[in-house]
Design a protein around this ligand. Structure first.
Ligand SMILES: [Zn+2]
Ligand SMILES: [Zn+2]
Length: 388
C-alpha cells in the first residue's frame, strides 16, 4: 500500500475527528476540551504526551534508533464567529467557530500520528507532534519554543488548509511566504479644553488623525515596492461630545513586513512620526508595538525536500510553487526560525460550499482534504528521517 492509500483508508477516522472538533470549537487559550480529546486519541494510538502551558499538547514518537528529530505542527484553536452553515457537524458553541481549518489540521495530524505509529520501524530518530494553542492570536508557539522543546529539533513542518485551492493540490513556496505581524497601539495624551479655545488645549483627536494619515505614506517611501509592506489602522477612538477638545485618542492597527530589516524600519518610522506630530501640537504619543509573529520564510533546502515527498503523493502538476506571498501571518514562523522548516498550503475546496474565505461564517473544508494532508506529513517524515 502506498502512503496515500494508507491515509485514504483512514479518511473516515479523520472525517469523524474533524467533525467532532468542528462541533466543539474553543477559542484561543481555552482549548481545554479540545486538548482532552486529542489526548484521548493519542492514548488510543499509544503515544505518550505532555502539556506545555495550559493548552499545548505535545506527543512524541521515538523509533528507538538514534537519528534526527522532526516536529510536525497543527494549530487547534477556533474563532469568535457565529457559524452560519447548516450541517450535521455545525458548531455547538454559540459565537465560536472553526472557520480557518484548524479542526482539519488537528484531525489530519492525528491521522498522520496513527499511520506513523504503525511505521515505527521504518525510520530513525524521533517525531514530535505539536498541537499548538492560540495561533489565531499569535500565541502558543513561543510557549512551546521557550520550553526548550525545539532545542534538538532538526526540521519543522506545518500544513495549513487553503480555501480556493482544490483538495489534492499543494502550494509550497520557497522564500517569503507570509508576513510578520506586529500589533500597534498609539495612545495620544493631549489636554482637553472647550472647543472654542483650541489654544488652551492639546487636540489629541487632531493629532491622531494626522498620525493615521501620515502613516499611510511610510511603506511607499521606505520599503521597496517589490518587497511590499503594510501599516493598517483598524480602530481610532477619541472624544466624548461635540464641543470638547478630547484629551486622549487611541489608534490600533498592525504592521506587516516580509523581512526583519523592513519590519524594524517600519516600527522605527511609526515611533518617530507619532512622537514628532504629537510634539508639534503639544501632545505626547505612547507607541506600543507588540511582536506577534516573525515573517514566514521557507528555506529553499527544506522546500526542495518537501516537494520531493509531495511528488510521491500527488501528480507533479498538483504541486504549485509560484503562489503569491501574503500579508497574513502564522506563528509557525517562530518554529521555522528556530529549526528550519516548511509551511505548506493544502487545498481544501471541492465546490462552492468549501470555497468561502477563511474566517467567513460559511467556511467549510472538503472531506477529501484530510487524507492528502496526513499523507504528505507521513511521507515527509519517513523521507526525512530515513535520509542520511
Ligand atoms: Zn485564521
Ligand atoms: Zn489558520
Amino acid at each position: 500500500m502506498t502512503i496515500l492509500e494508507e491515509a485514504l483508508a483512514l479518511k473516515p477516522y479523520m472525517v469523524e475527528l474533524r467533525n467532532h472538533f468542528h462541533s466543539h470549537p474553543e477559542l484561543a487559550l481555552n482549548e481545554f476540551n479540545t486538548c482532552k480529546y486529542i489526548e484521548e486519541k493519542l492514548t488510543e494510538i499509544g503515544l505518550s504526551f505532555k502539556r506545555v502551558s495550559a493548552t499545548n499538547v505535545i506527543a512524541e514518537l521515538d523509533s528507538g534508533i538514534p537519528g534526527k528529530t522532526l516536529l510536525l505542527r497543527a494549530d487547534i484553536d477556533a474563532l469568535p464567529i457565529q457559524e452560519e452553515n447548516d450541517v450535521p457537524y455545525k458548531s455547538q458553541n454559540p459565537g465560536i467557530m472553526h472557520a480557518c481549518g484548524h479542526d482539519g489540521h488537528t484531525a489530519s495530524l492525528l491521522g498522520a500520528a496513527k499511520i506513523l505509529s504503525a511505521h515505527k520501524n521504518d525510520f530513525k530518530g524521533k517525531i514530535i507532534f505539536a498541537f499548538q494553542a492560540a495561533e489565531e492570536i499569535g500565541n502558543g508557539a513561543r510557549d512551546i519554543i521557550n520550553s526548550g522543546l525545539l532545542d534538538n529539533v532538526n526540521r519543522t513542518f506545518a500544513i495549513h488548509f487553503q480555501s480556493g485551492l482544490e483538495a489534492g493540490k499543494f502550494a509550497i513556496k520557497s522564500g517569503s511566504d507570509m508576513a510578520s505581524c506586529d500589533r500597534l497601539k498609539i495612545t495620544i495624551h493631549g489636554k482637553s479644553s472647550h472647543i472654542t479655545y483650541p489654544e488652551m488645549g492639546a487636540d489629541s483627536l487632531f493629532v491622531g488623525a494626522l498620525i493615521a494619515s501620515q502613516l499611510q505614506t511610510v511603506v511607499s517611501r521606505l520599503i521597496s515596492p517589490v518587497e511590499g509592506g503594510l501599516i493598517g489602522i483598524g480602530s481610532f477612538h477619541s472624544g466624548t461630545t461635540y464641543n470638547i477638545i478630547p484629551s486622549e485618542a487611541v489608534l490600533e492597527g498592525t504592521i506587516r513586513a516580509f523581512s526583519k530589516e523592513s519590519r524594524k524600519k517600519l516600527a522605527d518610522a511609526v515611533r518617530k512620526i507619532a512622537a514628532n506630530i504629537a510634539d508639534e501640537y503639544g501632545a505626547k504619543a505612547d507607541v506600543e508595538i507588540e511582536d506577534i509573529s516573525d515573517p514566514l520564510i521557507n528555506p529553499a533546502e527544506t522546500v526542495a525536500e518537501v516537494i520531493e515527498s509531495a511528488k510521491k503523493i500527488v501528480p507533479t502538476e498538483n504541486i504549485i510553487t509560484n503562489i503569491e506571498k501574503r500579508f497574513m501571518a502564522d506563528n509557525f514562523a517562530d518554529f521555522s526560525r528556530k529549526a528550519p522548516g516548511t509551511y505548506v498550503h493544502a487545498g481544501s475546496s471541492d465546490g462552492e460550499a468549501t470555497s468561502f474565505p477563511h474566517h467567513n461564517e460559511h467556511f467549510d473544508l472538503a472531506q477529501d482534504s484530510y487524507h492528502y494532508a496526513a499523507a504528505l506529513a507521513v511521507q515527509y517524515a519517513l523521507d526525512f528521517l530515513t535520509r542520511e
